[in-house]
Write a protein that binds this ligand. Structure first.
Ligand SMILES: *Cc1c(COP(=O)(O)O)cnc(C)c1O
Length: 378
């Protein structure tokens, strides 16, 4: 058996005629940047996650960057040196990269010991120590919401806006409300491997705040809504019409695909129990009141690297998200962190292993994966 970490071709086969028709309509219109297809998708996604406004941009990396710029953290207009933004060190690089690119200092707050998500207690501690914090960016890692209630409470207490990095959490809820809708701004990614993936790069920002909405619409067009008149220095960051057309088709299926991911996650959980792997493998923890959408099914594994190599030999694709915490990256050496500073994140980089999970994954494939894992520990 050969089980890739992700199989996008299987999904493509199911929606091929529909997507190709939608793309052809864009081509026939010859309207490629913003325009009706993008506006349609923005309206659809806003309805889907239950928010007023959505602005399509070129990627989620740009969503994060433009969100910070919309808060006035724009080096073209303000001295950003000395400004700080709190986030997790256990995330994809883009989260912290956006902060650093604006000349702002990322402040890393450690994760909870179980859920892989930023710890509200660690944020509280960072807020006591750092006096120039302009935003807090929690990430809903692997498709499960961070503990938003205490995080929102800290934002209110210190009057600091929250930007949610919801790149991995489309459709995930916290106490019944969609992630991305709690903070002042929410950032979504449609990178092809995300649960709702475009056929190229694409991202989006959501908000209930009209001022933020207008600001971001302006920033994605070089800081001007009226052609050739610029209020701000922004950038060229637009969702293109072909990607929007693809995404509109796929959005119709996302609820069904998410349910299938959840079924497969439950089946993995059962299989790990059946093979009695406790002590070797810890399945992903579920926070009560949360709807985990399993962008990744990420276990903690004993001798993780050995297991990963072994599974590779058995033609089972796995991935380590992420092997090096951000506070220890070369490019952030200037921040002065050292090994041991954020122990839970560092531990997670040693233990986390993501297994194949997608709607098209078959039970026999999952059985094979878990059999092989059991075989490794035997
Ligand atoms: C994928 C991802 C991003 C960046 O998304 P792009 O659309 O690839 O720029 C940001 N944050 C997290 C947590 C991600 O997983």
């Amino acid at each position: 058996m050969n089980i890739p970490l992700l199989d996008l071709k299987a999904q493509y086969q199911q929606i091929k005629p529909e997507v190709q028709k939608a793309i052809n309509e864009v081509i026939d219109s010859q309207h490629f940047i913003l325009g009706p297809a993008v506006e349609k998708f923005e309206a659809e996604i806003a309805r889907f996650i239950g928010i007023k406004y959505a602005v399509g941009v070129a990627s989620c990396s740009d969503s994060l960057l433009l969100s910070l710029m919309a808060l006035g953290i724009n080096p073209a207009h303000t001295d950003t040196k000395g400004m700080e933004v709190i986030t997790t060190p256990f995330t994809f690089f883009a989260t912290a990269g956006a902060i650093a690119r604006l000349g702002v200092t990322p402040v890393f707050a450690d994760i909870e010991p179980d859920t892989f998500n930023i710890s509200p207690d660690a944020i509280a501690a960072a807020l006591k120590k750092h006096k120039n914090v302009k935003a807090i960016i929690p990430v809903h890692l692997y498709g499960q919401s961070a503990d938003l209630e205490p995080i929102m409470e800290l934002g209110r207490k210190y009057n600091i806006p929250i930007i949610e990095d919801a790149a991995q959490s489309i459709g995930a809820t916290y106490k019944g409300q969609n992630t991305g809708t709690f903070g002042l701004l929410g950032c979504l990614s449609f990178f092809p491997s995300k649960n709702l993936g475009a056929w190229g790069d694409a991202g989006l920002i959501v908000t209930n705040d009209e001022k933020m909405y207008q600001m971001i619409r302006s920033l994605r067009l070089h800081g001007g809504q009226k052609k050739y008149y610029h209020q701000y220095v922004g950038c060229n960051s637009r969702l293109d019409a072909v990607q929007a057309a693809v995404l509109s088709v796929k959005l119709k299926y996302i609820t069904e695909w998410t349910a299938k991911r959840q079924e497969r996650a439950q089946y993995y959980n059962q299989l790990f129990k059946k093979y009695n792997l406790s002590g070797f493998v810890t399945p992903p923890p579920i926070r009560p009141d949360c709807n985990h959408i399993y962008h990744q099914y990420t276990i903690r594994a004993k001798n993780r690297d050995g297991l990963k190599d072994f599974l590779k030999q058995q033609n089972i694709g796995t991935e380590v998200y992420y092997p090096l915490a951000l506070h220890l990256q070369d490019c952030f050496r200037y921040l002065g962190y050292k090994k041991g500073d954020l122990p839970e994140s560092e531990k997670a980089t040693q233990e986390a292993l993501s297994l194949p999970i997608y709607p098209e994954l078959r039970p026999a494939q999952q059985e094979y994966v878990v059999e092989q894992i059991a075989g490794f520990y035997r």
